[in-house]
Design a protein around this ligand. Structure first.
Ligand SMILES: NC(=O)c1ccc[n+]([C@@H]2O[C@H](COP(=O)([O-])OP(=O)(O)OC[C@H]3O[C@@H](n4cnc5c(N)ncnc54)[C@H](OP(=O)(O)O)[C@@H]3O)[C@@H](O)[C@H]2O)c1
Length: 324
């Protein structure tokens, strides 16, 4: 396997280094756990060292098999960055949930462990966006902090190197920063050219928290239930297309170069070697110019793709209520 030194890294507030790109592992309805596991091994062969995992992706055992293959091929555990996430139905026992994920992945620690969503609102996999969990309710900070205390204990126990948040807002993060004993190192958030979240992005960076950007290509393969008529397509944007054409690279490469140039860590998903290899090459190659970065900064459309409708409570006005 190739040396990890090929992949640039970004430094966290703790001094630890995270590869500037990771491979997403959410196969959604489209790709099986076996296909995702095969991609994890293939991605390591072309140079990836960062994998974005989660219990709810339903493939931790298979991904664990892939990680065992990678470690067996001479890559040291300390060269890998593995992120895990606490699913909504385990907010009450985060330590046991993390231990189960580590067991399934065959690891003794996570580099980063996130609370996947700031609500314990559960939904069965694949349910329609109109379904509502009768126990679902809005954000309750005391409950979130009780879960966060569990993550802090995981750090103190050596099972987790860094802890962080996902799908948060500025107001929720302010409460967490006020009350946390162990500060969040990273915030995973939806980030692509048509959804740049400038306020949250700047707040996170200003607090020394690393933004990790999910759906960095605009999630073109997301299931129909996660699509609405007003959604736009980043990779069809005229500005992205013109930069791609001028440089002779793909629109995906432009989106990823923009992400890394801006300072977020993109975690594109792919099971296709040609795609994940091209994505890695894009972020290792020549960066975009300041003019190209400035042009992309102007195409934000505020187009949130992962709206979270299934986490709404009975009587909630609409998905916007999840995002303050
Ligand atoms: N924290 C959270 O709540 C959260 C939420 C969503 C996602 N995530 C994480 O973020 C990861 C990525 O998100 P995502 O899958 O929604 O979106 P994405 O990475 O923007 O889109 C992935 C799709 O883009 C296409 N693609 C990948 N590489 C390409 C390339 N080099 N050129 C052209 N097309 C390419 C593939 O489509 P085809 O397969 O059709 O070829 C692939 O399935 C997930 O796997 C997961 O790890 C986290």
């Amino acid at each position: 396997m190739k040396s990890s030194s090929l992949v640039p890294t970004r430094r966290l507030a703790t001094g630890a280094e995270i590869p500037v790109i990771g491979l997403g592992t959410f196969g959604s309805d489209k790709y099986s756990p076996a296909q995702v596991a095969e991609a994890v091994v293939g991605a390591a062969e072309v140079g990836y060292r960062h994998f974005d995992c989660a219990a709810v992706y339903g493939n931790e055992r298979e991904v664990g098999g892939a990680l065992a293959t990678i470690l067996g091929n001479g890559v040291g555990r300390e060269e890998l960055w593995v992120t895990g996430k606490l699913w909504n139905n385990r907010h009450g026992d985060p330590e046991a949930a993390c231990e189960e994920s580590l067991r399934d992945l065959g690891l003794s620690y996570f580099d980063l462990y996130l609370i996947h969503w700031p609500f314990p609102n559960y939904h069965a996999p694949g349910v329609s966006v109109d379904s509502r969990d009768p126990h679902a309710r809005p954000y309750i900070h005391d409950d979130y902090m009780a879960t966060w205390r569990g993550l802090e204990r995981l750090v103190w126990r050596g099972l987790v190197r860094h802890i962080g948040t996902s799908n948060m807002t500025v107001s929720k993060l302010k409460l967490l920063l006020r009350d946390a004993a162990v500060l969040p190192s990273a915030n995973e958030m939806e980030l692509h050219p048509h959804f740049q979240q400038p306020s949250l992005f700047e707040f996170v960076v200003g607090q020394g928290i690393l933004p990790i950007g999910y759906s960095p290509l605009g999630s073109p393969s997301r299931p129909a239930r996660d699509r609405t008529p007003s959604d736009t397509s980043d990779m069809d944007d005229p500005v992205i297309l013109s930069i791609a054409e001028a440089r002779g690279i793909s629109p995906a490469a432009v989106c990823l170069k923009w992400a890394v140039g801006r300072g977020q860590v993109p975690i594109p998903f792919s099971v296709k070697r040609s795609q994940y290899e091209a994505s890695l090459q894009a972020v290792c190659g020549e960066p975009l110019s300041s003019e190209e970065m400035a042009a992309i900064s102007k195409i934000d459309r505020g187009c949130r793709l992962i709206k979270g409708q299934v986490f709404l409570w009975e009587g909630a006005p609409g998905w916007e209520a999840l995002w303050d």
